[in-house]
Design a protein around this ligand. Structure first.
Ligand SMILES: [Zn+2]
Length: 323
């Protein structure tokens, strides 16, 4: 009996999907973690939730020619994972309290369970299971993208929180009188350490502004990194502040959670050598010494694969819990 159920488990296949602003990326893994298929189509997320769902259903049906045991989806936005609800998706038009998992299940018309999580949380699961966090017991991942996202894994389990909203790391206040946040707060770390933050900081800096006049806002971080590598003092100073503010955020997490592994990923981690020195310095300065013992701040290794792989593992773990 035990043997046959083990055998059934080995045959399982999990579909993970990462919803980005531009693309939907999908991957199928076996119960042993081998990749069985991969694909990518346009998401059109900015065109609204109904177009996104249409694309998603088409994509899943394409993949579902293979028999899938469960589907995991990383969604950009605030997610009530326990109830499968997308509470708010700033990059998906017309979205508020959308019953994502339920609608998707109905539209694909199979009994395959669907689990959703915030996309940065999925990236954290991916790095924990197969990337820079592999082998650690507890870990926090910080994703430096458009915003400041993340995920918390404690004793090998994703900490989803009492209401399913845990891991909104970007809203740690690091300056109570700082710039306002869309969530209603002020001076959140996201306002200092993110792509959006870099755009604001450059616009407000008279020494830098003119050097960006021919650059699209989305390319500001890259240009800022180039300038810093060319030893532009104003650009170096922005990355120093960026690094130090990241260190403030990491020290808060380490002091509260007493974890040894912090993984930093996302597009801005490409400027790693420009900020990590200040991050380490600031973290060490602010951590209660015993909590910081053996702390490692690691660079993520899976790149864009972290989110989609994490979504596969989300499907797998969701199924285990529901079995
Ligand atoms: Zn905030």
């Amino acid at each position: 009996m035990f043997f046959s159920s083990e055998k059934g488990r080995m045959k399982r296949k999990f579909l993970g999907i990462d919803i980005g602003g531009t693309n939907l990326r999908g991957k199928i893994i076996s119960g042993q973690g081998d990749t069985l298929g991969e694909g990518k189509i346009r998401s059109d997320a900015s065109a609204g939730i109904s177009r996104l769902m249409e694309n998603l259903v088409g994509f899943i049906k394409e993949f579902s020619r293979q028999e899938i045991s469960a589907i995991g989806i990383g969604v950009p936005g605030t997610v009530d994972s326990a109830n499968g609800i997308l509470v708010q998706g700033p990059n998906i038009a017309e979205t508020r309290d959308f019953p994502f998992a339920q609608v998707l299940s109905e539209r694909i018309g199979t009994a395959t369970p669907v689990f959703i999580e915030n996309d940065a949380t999925c990236a954290a699961i991916g790095e924990y299971r197969a990337g820079a966090g592999r082998g650690s017991n507890s870990m926090v991942m910080i994703t430096l993208g458009t915003g400041f996202g993340g995920g918390i894994i404690l004793d090998g389990k994703l900490w989803t929180g009492e209401n399913g909203f845990a891991g909104e790391l970007g809203h740690m206040t690091i300056n109570p009188s700082g710039p306002p946040c869309a969530g209603g707060s002020r001076g959140c770390v996201e306002a200092y350490v993110s792509q959006v933050a870099i755009r604001r900081i450059v616009r407000e800096n008279p020494k830098l502004r003119e050097k960006f006049s021919d650059v699209e806002e989305s390319a500001f971080p890259e240009r800022l990194a180039e300038l810093a590598r060319e030893k532009d003092p104003a650009a170096i100073s922005v990355w120093n502040d960026f690094g130090a503010n990241l260190g403030v955020a990491i020290s808060i997490l380490v002091n509260i959670l007493d974890i040894r592994t912090v993984v930093v990923g996302g597009g801005l981690s490409g400027a790693w050598e420009l900020f990590i020195g200040k991050t380490t310095e600031e973290t060490e300065r602010r951590c209660i010494s015993k909590a910081a013992r053996g702390l490692q701040i690691k660079r993520a290794v899976l790149g864009d694969d972290a989110g989609v792989l994490g979504a596969c593992y989300l499907a797998e773990s969701g199924l285990e819990e529901n079995c």
